[in-house]
Design a protein around this ligand. Structure first.
Ligand code: FAD
Ligand code: SF4
Length: 500
């Protein structure tokens, strides 16, 4: 048995070549590389040993969302932050959208890190490999659903870039519930490919295990200590102590990795752990059509918009099932009642901002993340312009009127009156959301300003590495899962060179 839960836990003492904390895209990619090189690798994962999907938000939050889906960044305004949990991490519950890291971002990274491995030409083979391995395919019209097709038609009518998206969903049947976990196996989340490669090479996984401490001796990381818990009740049932002969790799995500290091107390020794949080925050713009849309049917978030006039927004179709819809809109009373009567006719775009805000992650004494995020003024303006762009697309694609998911928002049949309404609106009026935490363990060459070097190796502790979305040197501007997998692979190759 290579995947263990709390009932058949390893330990209490285990010795391996490398221990990896977290089985998301980053942890799966790095552990795959090390296991295939013949290393004895153990992954410790907080979530359950097997996926437990139901088309129900509260069930998903309980088993497959970090902190049961209740993480909120405080700061300018309260901002929900979503991150997944389990063998596959957030890829279990994400919308499967796959973008390569844009070339200008890679050029910037290779300059900032003085490292040619990040140049677009050098990274291209890794993206080619990863897209093939996780089976990235375009959404096709037969499974797109009307919500995505409205966006695709609007984009085409306006001559913008975008349309139906690429996703790692080779067997998608368009049921629209990717965010609850894929019931048909049509989504190729990393548990179905990168993790399988690792297991075939001898990788072991201990699930139901939350790592709370990094062990170190003489300035070198030598292992971790985790707390085992009951899958269902989450009550503690024991501990596991893992000694790592060659490397300790943290892949607990851009919230989870700094949360662990602050809870442990090691953060203070390592540098600015948890600073420079980026979130790709966003909100949604809805449209009402005269024909039935059923926005919850079709490939989840299967279409997008990109305009050179607004390079810092990336709107995607937003598709909420009816029970989650009212929470998305933030409406109450008569406005909420009206929306429910119209629900069959609504379409929508989620407006994601390539952000420049300032954020941080710390840990409370209970182990929960303490997240702060202050919006940059320019990002608030970008969000509003992104909503206007989205309105143009929905109106061109078939919507009869559009409205923002914001307190006090009214209906508009033209984008000029929408823009006029949005202009004075405070950020606090909008229903906001984020699911792309990044950058909290940013790589950089200066040990006084960055925790990690360009190989994602701690400047101030030998044999300690990070491989998850926290290592990005800047906000990305596109959905991060593919970049995280490719970076995890690159970091794994570096670990083999450094510690092999
Ligand atoms: C709802 C949602 C939709 C998204 N949609 C898309 C999309 O369509 N396309 C896209 O590119 N990106 C999307 N993303 C973002 C993308 O999934 C993430 O950027 C990516 O998964 C990050 O990978 P990671 O390895 O850094 O962290 P994660 O995927 O967050 O994995 C971290 C893992 O570590 C575990 N962990 C945390 N702390 C500990 C601990 N102390 N001990 C043990 N284990 C721990 C967690 O349980 C989790 O399994 C979405 C995310 C969400 C939540
Ligand atoms: S939309 Fe496609 S990939 Fe998503 S849950 Fe449904 S079948 Fe799976």
């Amino acid at each position: 048995m290579t995947i263990h839960g709390w009932k058949d836990a390893l330990g209490p003492e285990v010795e391996v070549d490398a221990v990896v904390v977290g089985a998301g895209p980053g942890g799966s990619a790095v552990s795959r590389v090390l296991a295939r090189a013949g290393w004895d690798v153990l992954v410790l994962e907080d979530g359950p040993p097997a996926s437990n999907f139901r088309p129900n938000y509260f069930h998903t939050a309980r088993y497959h969302m970090q902190e049961s889906g209740t993480m909120i960044a405080q700061g300018s305004v309260p901002l929900p932050v979503a991150a997944g949990r389990g063998i596959g991490g957030s890829s279990l519950v994400n919308s499967a959208i796959c973008f390569r890291t844009p070339d200008p971002v890679l050029d910037e990274w290779s300059e900032l890190l003085a490292d040619d491995r990040y140049r677009p030409d050098a990274m291209r083979p890794l993206f080619d490999f990863m897209e093939d391995r996780i089976q990235v395919v375009p959404v096709t019209e037969d499974i797109a659903g009307e919500n995505n097709m409205i966006v695709a038609r609007g984009v085409a009518a306006l001559g913008l870039q975008g349309g139906l998206l690429n996703r790692n969903t080779p067997g998608c049947v368009g049921c629209g519930i990717c965010n609850f976990g894929c019931p048909s196996g049509g989504k190729f989340s990393v548990d179905r490919n990168l993790v399988q490669d690792g297991l075939e090479a001898g990788l072991r996984i201990q699930a139901d295990c939350r790592v709370e401490q990094v062990l170190h001796e003489g300035g070198r990381a030598v292992g971790v200590v985790g707390r085992l818990h009951d899958t269902d009740t989450k009550e503690p049932v024991g501990r596991i102590r893992v000694k790592a002969r060659r490397a300790v790799i943290l892949s607990a995500g851009a919230i989870g990795t700094p949360r662990l290091l602050w809870f442990d107390g090691l953060a203070k020794q390592l540098g600015p752990v948890g600073d420079t949080l980026f979130l790709h925050p966003g909100s949604a713009l809805l449209g009402r059509c005269d024909h039935k849309v059923h926005m919850w049917k079709g490939a989840t978030q299967g279409a997008y918009v990109w305009s050179p006039d607004e390079p810092n927004v990336l709107p995607h179709t937003v598709s909420a099932p009816p029970e989650a819809f009212i929470a998305l809109t933030g409406q109450v009373g008569h406005a909420a009642k009206r929306l429910l009567t119209e629900i069959n006719y609504l379409c929508g775009l989620g407006v994601m901002v390539h952000d420049h805000g300032e954020g941080s992650v710390r840990a409370g004494s209970d182990g929960r993340a303490a997240i702060r995020y202050t919006w940059a003024d320019e990002d608030v303006e970008t969000l509003k312009r992104g909503m206007v762009l989205s309105a143009r697309v929905l109106l061109a694609g078939g919507a009869k009127e559009v409205f923002a998911t914001a307190h006090g928002a009214t209906r508009h049949t033209d984008v000029e009156s929408l823009a006029a309404e949005l202009a004075p609106m405070p950020l606090s009026a909008f229903s906001l959301y984020s699911a792309h935490p990044m950058g909290t363990m940013m790589m950089g060459t200066d040990p006084d300003r960055f925790v990690l070097d360009s190989r994602a190796r701690a400047h101030r502790m030998r044999s300690l590495y990070v491989a998850d979305a926290s290592i990005f040197p800047t906000s990305l501007g596109v959905n991060p899962q593919l970049t995280t997998m490719v970076m995890g692979t690159l970091i794994g190759q570096g670990i083999l060179e450094d510690e092999g």
